[in-house]
Each structure stands twice: as C-alpha cells, then as structure tokens.
Design a protein around this ligand. Sequence first.
Ligand SMILES: [Zn+2]
Length: 172
Amino acid sequence: MPISTLDIAWLAGILEGEGSFIQGKGSTPAIFLGMNDKDVVEKAAAIVGAKSIQTIQGTGNRSTHYRWQIGSTNAIQWCMTIYTLMGERRKARIRELIADYKSSRHYRKKNKCGHPDRRHFGNHQCRQCHARNYYVANRAKVNADNLARYFRDHEANKAKQAAYRMKRKGAQ
Ligand SMILES: [Zn+2]
C-alpha cells in the first residue's frame, strides 16, 4: 500500500494520543498501539506494516480491544518519520529511545558494508554482501562445488534419458 503524507500525519495523531513508545528487546524501540476501535487499529497497522493484530476480549466492564506492536528497524524508521509531527513529550521519549538504541550492543553490531538499513547477517555485513564476499574469498571452492553439482545432475539426467529411451523402444 502506498503511504501518503496524509496517512503519516493521521498516524502521528493516533500515536500521539493512543500510542506507546517503549523499549523492546535488546534496547530496540518498539511502538505499541491498543484501542477499542478495530478499524482505526487496522488502518494504522496497514500503514506501519504491523504483521498481526491481537484481539483482547473484554471482561466485566472492560470492552474488547485490539492492539499491535512493531519493533526493531521498522519501529526506529517510524519513530524518525513521525518525529517532527509529535508533541514535546513524545519527541523527548523518541529521542531517549533512539539514544538507548544507539548505545546498545545491537546497534554496534550494525553492518559496516555500506548498508546500515539492511538487517545484520554476519561479520558486520548484510546478507547480500556477506554472500558476495564469501564467494570472492572462496571462489575456487564455490566453483568446484557448483561444477561437481552440475556434473552430478548431468550424469543423473543422462541416465534418466537413457532409461526413458529404453522404455520407449521396449514399448514399440
Ligand atoms: Zn551490504
């Protein structure tokens, strides 16, 4: 779904009033929204890309409510996106969360391959750079493995085709 500036402004308003900005796992910020209005919660979830909405059944005089949470990179990106639209109290909270995140172990393990926005895969690299650098460092081995696989498949196919031809011949 394409996100318009109107959507972002709407979301900022909802989160200003009803959102929670909390510290999630490994000092990564998390954004949490819980409301009784299912349609509002769903619309906000669609904008931020929240994967699932939980339904909390109401008991006694508490009505049923709906909630979602986003964390990690997605939460940080949204914190930054809505920052300028937020009130002073929320802004201070977002700054605090981002500062905690930056000093966390998780942040220090960021990619150094020039793709800080991508998920860390290993050896301070994103998955793509890690795969490419592995290939460069182990080209001979990777090529040998690929060749071996090619010949193995090739021989197997040849055998299959021969068997098929034999069957055809036998049928005639
Ligand atoms: Zn990379």
